[in-house]
Design a protein around this ligand. Structure first.
Ligand SMILES: *[C@@H]1O[C@H](CO)[C@@H](O)[C@H](O)[C@H]1NC(C)=O
Ligand SMILES: *[C@@H]1O[C@H](CO)[C@@H](O)[C@H](O)[C@H]1NC(C)=O
Ligand SMILES: *[C@@H]1O[C@H](CO)[C@@H](O)[C@H](O)[C@H]1NC(C)=O
Ligand SMILES: *[C@@H]1O[C@H](CO)[C@@H](O)[C@H](O)[C@H]1NC(C)=O
Ligand SMILES: *[C@@H]1O[C@H](CO)[C@@H](O)[C@H](O)[C@H]1NC(C)=O
Ligand SMILES: *[C@@H]1O[C@H](CO)[C@@H](O)[C@H](O)[C@H]1NC(C)=O
Length: 532
């Protein structure tokens, strides 16, 4: 250290012979007027011989004018910084609260490049210095403390350039406008604690952070609520514009139904009864559907029940049930969408006098559907009238008109099945919704059974031969037990199912031994009816 201060001294000493004592009041004046002494070159060479670590030793002789100028600046700056002994030691640059001259000294790049090794602390705080970080200061790599607080510095801090300053322990960049560092966990920030960067802009400001946090805390939930609301609106009102993955598979919007029926046009209206309009529609994916629209105004509670029912119905899955595709539950529009069936219903099919074998086949399918519902969905009721059981294009019966939750007794279902069995045999039916007509119909059957069944069996069946009349008679026997509500002799679905299956099997292979068993069965059903 002694040799370093001696170096400065030496220069000054050499200069002082002629100039040193007469430095003017202004550093700028001296820089303009003073010339290096003639032997300045040899003075520098001597100094470097004695102490090669001096910064100017590394530069070529062509830089002599700058080296000389740096000694002038050093002299002035040492005095300005109130160092006690500028002839011997220049230990600190203290330009705190000197906004007039601090920027000037900062601008002497040549000085900083030859920064005297004696300087250990630099204080440039509270000077309203603007612009980028004054990197030239870092030439003084030996310093222990650097204070740039309370200025208007901005932009990035070259944190990498601090690594050579191994002795720097005190750094203050507080109260500036630096850009926030993207790497706030770099070694630089581990080296100095946060009090070096108070309001420097480098670290996230806690107050700003707090404001951000508050905005986030309040704003985020609002955002979420709005998003949920918007999605809800999309899901319930505008499903048509949702991507297909987000769609409720079974939920139809009025918009979708409107599109499917060409605006509920008359030409698509296929049926109409009290409170219900039935349309044929075509969905976007070209599926043909039947849309039942309910016009009746209902209370919200019932509407909820309607949806719950629909949610069950869409789960029904059997080849002998009309497939329920979905529903629409909207304040203005309530509807159920089912598959479109183009084979008509059993009533219209019977009017074409289908062959007996086909009738039995249809009955087995019907039984399968009923059996499935009884086993899997006992809470689901359905309409067994010939006009409500539909037929698919390949003559599979399709049960329809489902109702959920009404504890409809099995007995009632068996009764309705009995009536349907009679209709299948006689190709006649009681007047719809007329109990009197129904009792009359049953009574007519009973009177003719078993002696005069030919009176009630459809002519086509009678003519068919091959045991058809006989089988039809047996069906009447079953049907009569089914409709017998007074005694407890109603057969179970199982029993009816088995019998009809056997009848159908034997109708397929009439000459087989099954024929005989049919006789036996007939006897059984006959006994049941007679014992009444
Ligand atoms: C001088 O320059 C050399 C290479 O140019 C460098 O390695 C060395 O650190 C420098 N010395 C000083 C004191 O700057
Ligand atoms: C040195 O500093 C004092 C005040 O600190 C000032 O009065 C004086 O003029 C300065 N001398 C030179 C040569 O700059
Ligand atoms: C900064 O300097 C001004 C005068 O230029 C002074 O009034 C103020 O107290 C100083 N602030 C600090 C923190 O030193
Ligand atoms: C730090 O101080 C030590 C001891 O005074 C010294 O040897 C070393 O050169 C200094 N480091 C720098 C970068 O000046
Ligand atoms: C930061 O360092 C200073 C001195 O270096 C010390 O006084 C202060 O307690 C430290 N603050 C924290 C938060 O570590
Ligand atoms: C830096 O300066 C600010 C303001 O003058 C002060 O609050 C802080 O403690 C200082 N930090 C250090 C490490 O000196």
């Amino acid at each position: 250290m002694a040799s370093i201060s001696a170096a400065l001294l030496l220069v000054c000493y050499q200069i002082s012979v002629s100039f040193c004592p007469i430095l003017s009041a202004s550093v700028v004046e001296d820089l303009n007027n003073l010339q290096p002494p003639l032997d300045f070159h040899s003075t520098v060479a001597n100094n470097c011989l004695m102490n090669p670590s001096l910064r100017y030793c590394n530069y070529s002789s062509t830089d002599l004018p700058n080296i000389f100028k740096s000694t002038i600046v050093a002299d002035h700056l040492c005095n300005e910084s109130k160092n006690l002994n500028c002839d011997a030691l220049f230990t600190k640059i203290d330009l705190r609260n000197r906004p007039k001259i601090a920027p000037l000294y900062l601008s002497f790049t040549f000085f900083w490049r030859y920064c005297p090794l004696t300087i250990l602390s630099i204080d440039l705080s509270n000077n309203s210095i603007t612009g980028a970080f004054p990197s030239e200061i870092l030439y003084c790599s030996q310093i222990h403390s650097l204070d740039l607080s309370h200025n208007d510095l901005s932009g990035d801090v070259p944190t990498q350039s601090f690594s050579p300053l191994t002795n720097l322990t005190l750094l203050n960049l507080s109260y500036n406008h630096f850009s926030e560092s993207k790497i706030s966990d770099s070694p630089f920030f581990e080296r100095f604690n946060s009090s070096s960067f108070v309001h420097s802009g480098l670290l996230p400001d806690h107050r700003k952070f707090k404001i951000k946090a508050v905005i986030l805390l309040i704003g985020f939930p609002i955002f979420v609520v709005l998003m949920v609301g918007f999605l809800g609106w999309l899901c319930f009102r505008r499903q048509d514009i949702l991507p297909s993955v987000l769609k409720h598979r079974h939920n139809f919007t009025p918009t979708m139904l409107n599109a499917a029926t060409a605006g509920f046009s008359e030409k698509n209206l296929v049926g109409k009864s009290r409170g219900v309009e039935i349309y044929k529609g075509i969905l976007k994916d070209r599926t043909e559907v039947r849309i039942e629209i309910y016009n009746e105004k209902i209370a919200n509670q019932i509407r909820r029940k309607f949806v719950q029912e629909c949610q069950i119905l869409v789960q029904l899955s059997h080849k002998n049930l009309v497939r329920v595709l979905g529903w629409c539950d909207n304040r203005g529009l309530r509807a159920i969408v089912t598959e479109w069936t183009d084979g008509g219903n059993i009533e219209s099919w019977l009017s074409g006098y289908p062959p007996w074998k086909h009738r039995l086949k249809v009955l087995t399918g019907l039984m399968e559907g009923m059996y499935y519902l009884q086993e899997q969905w006992p809470e689901v009721d359905y309409d067994l009238r010939a006009s409500s059981v539909m037929l698919s294009h390949d003559r599979e019966p399709l049960i329809s008109r489902f109702k959920v939750g009404e504890q409809n007794s099995t007995s009632k279902k068996i009764y309705r099945l009995g009536i349907l069995l009679m209709e299948m045999v006689a190709n006649r039916r009681p007047q719809e919704d007329s109990e009197k007509s129904e009792t009359g119909f049953i009574e007519w059957m009973r009177m003719n059974y078993p002696g005069n069944v030919e009176n009630v069996i459809d002519g086509r069946v009678k003519k068919a031969g091959g045991g058809a009349s006989e089988q039809a008679g047996q069906i009447i026997g079953i049907a009569l037990t089914c409709t017998d509500l007074l005694t407890n002799r109603q057969p179970s679905l199982d029993q009816i199912f088995n019998t009809i299956n056997r009848l159908y099997a034997s109708s397929l292979a009439f000459e087989s031994p099954n024929h005989k068993r049919s006789h036996k069965e007939r006897g059984e059903w006959h006994k049941r009816v007679q014992s009444r």
